[in-house]
Structures are given as C-alpha cells and as structure tokens.
Ligand binder design. Sequence first.
Ligand SMILES: Nc1ncnc2c1ncn2[C@@H]1O[C@H](COP(=O)(O)OP(=O)(O)OP(=O)(O)O)[C@@H](O)[C@H]1O
Ligand SMILES: O=C(CO)[C@H](O)[C@H](O)COP(=O)(O)O
Length: 290
Amino acid sequence: MSKKHPIISVTGSSGAGTSTVKHTFDQIFRREGVKAVSIEGDAFHRFNRKDMKAELDRRYAEGDYTFSHFSYEANELAELENVFRQYGETGTGRTRTYVHDNDEAEKYGVPPGEFTEWAPFEDGSDILFYEGLHGAVVNDEVNLPKYADLKIGVVPVINLEWIQKIHRDRERRGYTTEAVTDTILRRMHAYVHCIIPQFTETDINFQRVPVVDTSNPLVARWIPTADESLVVIRFKNPRGIDFSYLVSMIQGSWMSRANSIVIPGGKLDLAMQLILTPMIERLVSESKRA
Ligand SMILES: Nc1ncnc2c1ncn2[C@@H]1O[C@H](COP(=O)(O)OP(=O)(O)OP(=O)(O)O)[C@@H](O)[C@H]1O
Ligand SMILES: O=C(CO)[C@H](O)[C@H](O)COP(=O)(O)O
C-alpha cells in the first residue's frame, strides 16, 4: 500500500462487468478532479492470441486441460506486481493494451489478438486504477493486495456472469454461443483456483443477483437489466461504514448481514458513488499530505 501513490484494483472474471464499473469510477474521478492512470488487466496476458492457442494445444496434447487465460501462468503477474510496487513508490510505471476486436484494432493500430507496445503512464497522476482478472491475486509468486489500497470485486452470480459474457462476446467480439460456452468450460478449473479466491481479499464486493429466471444462461435473450436484479454489497471490514446513512439514502435497500447491504439493481451507480467517493477522496487527500 502507498499513501503517496495509491492504487485501486477492481477484479472480476471475464464478462463480470469490470469495464462497466470503470465508467462509474471515471465519473467519480472526473467530478473529484482526480487524475487516474489505468491498467486494463488483459495487458498482462503472457501470450498473444496465436501463441495462446499454440500453448493451449501443447498443454492439451500433454493432457493438461486446466490451462486458460484465467491461469496464473497465462499472465505476467510478477510484472504486474512490479508495476504496482513501482507506482506505489514513485507514481510511475507502464502498461500496454491487449486488442480484442476490430474496433479496438482500429483504435490502437494493432491487429486483434496482439498487444500494443509498452508505454509509460502519464506523469502527475493521483491514482493508479486497475481493472481485470487478477487484481487481488495472492499466490507463491505475488501478493497484489499488499500493494493495492482499495480492492473491489465485481462478482455477479455465475448464471448472470455467463449471460453477460455470452452476450458481450457474441455482440462485441464475434464469437458464437457455442464458442463462448467452450471457453467458459475450459476456464472452469482456473476460475475456481485462480479467480474466485481473490474475492476474500477484496475490501468490497458488488454481487449482482438477477430476480428473473436465468436457469439456462445459454438461451437468455437479453442480459437481466438493472431493474431485473438486486446487488449485494459486502464489506470485508464493516467498521467505519455508515450503513444507516446508506440505507436511508438508497431507497429499497436493506441490511442482509452486519457487513452486507442489499440494494435494487437500479441503485448500483448511486451506491457506488456514495460508498466510493469518500474512500477515493481520503486516498487522494492522504496522498497529498504524504
Ligand atoms: N451492472 C450491469 N447491468 C447490466 N449489464 C451489465 C452490468 N455490468 C456489465 N454488464 C454487461 O455485461 C457485459 C460484460 O461487461 P464488461 O464488458 O464490463 O465485462 P468485463 O468484466 O470488462 O469483461 P472482460 O474482463 O472480459 O473485458 C457487457 O455487455 C455489459 O454491458
Ligand atoms: O477476455 C479475456 C479474459 O477476460 C481475454 O483477454 C480474451 O478472452 C482473450 O481474447 P481472445 O481469446 O479473443 O484473443
């Protein structure tokens, strides 16, 4: 953790909604005059698309069916930890972009499935914002929560997460439902061993829960809307959280546990603003005094 150069990490599985949550953070940063530099977690994939397929084929041939983009070994996590550590110490660092589709290819001038060159963060930032798969990994090699000052989990219930991923990958990345289903299945081992353990490290988890039937996520005609869902917001350390204020400000919310508040899905943006704005303000004001 760093008082001088704070880091916020937002972790979620593929399709969980971390990019969507980033929009809310960007609104808070803009309103609070916070200059944030950001990392899109796929930048730290170890392989480009072609090499990843070759690696998958190699491992399958050896009988290893557990490898995927979720796996630790498929990502440069030691490099990510170095970036976190360097940013915490100096406010500098670097990142790149993994290009997923033709729209991004046009934007970055790099073909889909390839990386842009590494580039330094802009100078003079107040915060480093990470969103991706591995923002709170603790394993034998790295301890990312040690460097992140605020750790957020975006963890929709799994049927909803699959619906979101299927719709997003179909509409924005050109994959078929069958291809996305195969990807979900292939990633299951690493999902259990590499992704979900992070959500006990995170300070706050936002878990969207549909209140409509999602029994067969493979045939859902649309992603359950905000009004078709609730959100469970769990705080790892509830001390200091003014729950009575939150319940009074968020119409239709209630406490489900001493560390968890449940809100209507349509109030997620408001809840994030109410909860995160003071936390971000405190990180930045403390960094200015450090
Ligand atoms: N709170 C929400 N309400 C409704 N739809 C949502 C919500 N969050 C995410 N989605 C939808 O789910 C899909 C996946 O969201 P998003 O792209 O943010 O996921 P992601 O975690 O960034 O995925 P990846 O890590 O693979 O890039 C998108 O179609 C998005 O519009
Ligand atoms: O979204 C991802 C993980 O969250 C991966 O970056 C993505 O699936 C890799 O893309 P592709 O296999 O299409 O090159």
